[in-house]
Write a protein that binds this ligand. Structure first.
Ligand code: FAD
Length: 456
């Protein structure tokens, strides 16, 4: 590690370093706001992203700034916290140092010392060993990914308008969403609404009602984390929107002109499409592997690092790992906790309490997750919800989904903006953020550029 060090002050306050300012990390920082500690939040992006609404950016319903809040503004009033815009590239658990590469200015590596370390680096999409598919089927986890998808979806409608070839037109109007979990379901529903509703009057030559959306899910039902009755309701609601759910189907290849799908009878079928979206399996952040290597622990198949009941690493009580990158399994539970925002939020709040307890020389109790339910939206006025065993579908579930998401959206200004935007979209059936921004328009497929020249 380099000899350059970042320190906040020269006082002897307890130094808490939090890596990752997402759902989990931010709760730790905020939960320590009244404590006599020095908190350093390190994130490679300068904003906290509200991932549950990223798909609305990808479909032009919301703008990036409505689902992301600068961490500096979130922590403006918290004088014991500072933010470093840097990529964490390693840990030295013996020396109690985090190694960072700044994302602005001098790019040389340096270190940050800690007394307590909290690592909450989240997860990324896994292409199941086929990273080459990513170029043809972008993921929906980051803001970059969402903007890329938005550009591709909107460009596909433009290309369909420009072409004279009917077969090609149908390929442009065919969209394949891979993964039938909540994100895939939400994404498929939104694309169908775009084609069959929001865009219908905007084009002259192409009939956007010919939009075909295929939702491919390898298991035998959509929304596998929901009860089967709600999966069935979600499937029906999607079909009403014009989505074709393909359950028991597996994507076996993706390229720039189509997707190969294995059917339940093991035969392969090729679907001609220019727009595929990846919303399938996730893997833990690489930081989990880095940390596990340092602590001599093994990660699980999803790359998550195992933690103790108090969310610390075995033999390193000063290091916590939380959120999507940690494997937390309660005693007697069949499976580890899922990668969900409420899990990450509760873990973050717990860690702040645990640090406070330790500073007061008390022993923190083990972490306990309180399951508040599961929600997925399908489209306008359609959603499914399971809350404490009660199963809901349709408008009531959709209203609950709406209230919950607005409630959890970080930053009051964003809440207000999102409510206004949703109200406008609901009344007008429009999508206000349908921009193909210049940098992405440059990546408009060659076919479109050629045809436009021909047309001229
Ligand atoms: C498209 C999508 C939709 C979702 N919808 C829902 C939903 O409807 N309901 C629900 O409950 N959950 C949903 N989730 C899951 C939920 O968003 C996650 O469970 C939650 O974000 C996990 O929080 P986290 O703090 O562990 O990670 P994140 O929120 O991902 O935060 C991780 C942070 O770590 C930073 N980071 C990562 N690596 C480094 C590094 N090396 N150096 C510095 N910083 C780093 C990142 O920049 C990021 O800010 C969804 C997820 C996605 C992707």
């Amino acid at each position: 590690m380099s000899g350059r060090r970042h320190s906040m002050t020269t006082t002897q306050k307890h130094r808490v370093v939090v890596v990752g300012g997402g759902f989990a990390g931010l709760q730790v920082v905020r939960g320590l706001r009244r404590e006599p500690v020095e908190v350093t939040l390190i994130d490679r992006q300068n904003f906290t992203l509200f991932q549950p609404l990223v798909y609305q950016v990808a479909t032009g319903a919301l703008s990036p700034a409505e689902v992301a809040v600068p961490q500096r503004s979130l922590l403006r009033r918290q004088s014991n916290a500072r933010v470093l815009l840097a990529e964490v590239v390693g840990f030295d658990l013996d020396a109690r140092q985090v190694s960072i590469e700044p994302r602005a200015g001098d790019p040389r590596r340096s270190t940050v010392d800690y007394d307590t370390l909290v690592v909450a680096g989240g997860a990324h999409y896994s292409y199941f060993g086929h990273e080459e598919w990513q170029a043809h089927a972008p993921e929906l986890k980051s803001l970059d990914g969402a903007l890329e998808i938005r550009s591709r979806i909107l460009s596909a409608f433009e290309a369909a308008e420009l072409t004279d070839d009917d077969r090609l037109r149908q390929e442009w109007l065919t969209f394949v969403v891979v993964g039938g979990g909540p994100t895939g379901v939400e994404m498929a529903g939104q694309i169908a609404e775009l084609g069959h509703d929001a865009l219908r009057r905007d084009f002259r030559r192409v009939d956007t009602d010919r939009t075909q959306v295929l939702l491919v899910e390898a298991s035998n039902r959509l929304l596998p984390s929901f009860p089967p009755t709600l999966s069935a309701k979600a499937k029906r609601a999607l079909e009403q929107l014009g989505v074709t759910p393909l359950v028991g189907h597996t994507v076996v290849d993706v390229d720039d002109t189509g997707v190969a799908i294995r059917r339940p009878d093991a035969a392969n079928e090729r679907v001609g499409t220019r727009t595929a979206v990846w919303a399938a399996g996730v893997a833990a952040s690489d930081l989990a592997g880095e940390l596990a290597h340092e602590a001599r622990l093994d990660t699980d198949r999803a790359g998550r690092i195992p933690v103790q009941p108090d969310l610390t690493l075995c033999s390193h009580p000063e290091v916590f790992a939380i959120g999507d990158m940690a494997r937390v399994q309660a005693a007697g539970a069949d499976a580890p906790l899922p990668g969900l925002a409420p899990v990450a939020i509760q873990e973050g709040r717990y860690v702040a309490r645990a640090i406070r307890a330790r500073l007061a020389h008390r022993r923190p109790r083990p972490f306990r997750y309180r399951d508040k339910g599961n929600l997925a939206t399908i489209g306008r006025s359609r959603a499914v919800a399971e809350i404490k065993g009660v199963k809901l579908a349709g408008f009531v579930a959709w209203t609950i989904w709406l209230l919950v998401h607005v409630f959890y959206l970080a930053g009051f200004q964003n809440r207000l903006l999102v409510v206004l935007r949703w109200t406008a979209s609901f009344l007008t059936r429009g999508r206000g953020a349908r921009l193909i921004v210049p940098t992405q328009a440059a990546s408009l497929p060659a076919q479109v550029t050629l045809e436009r020249r021909d047309a001229a």
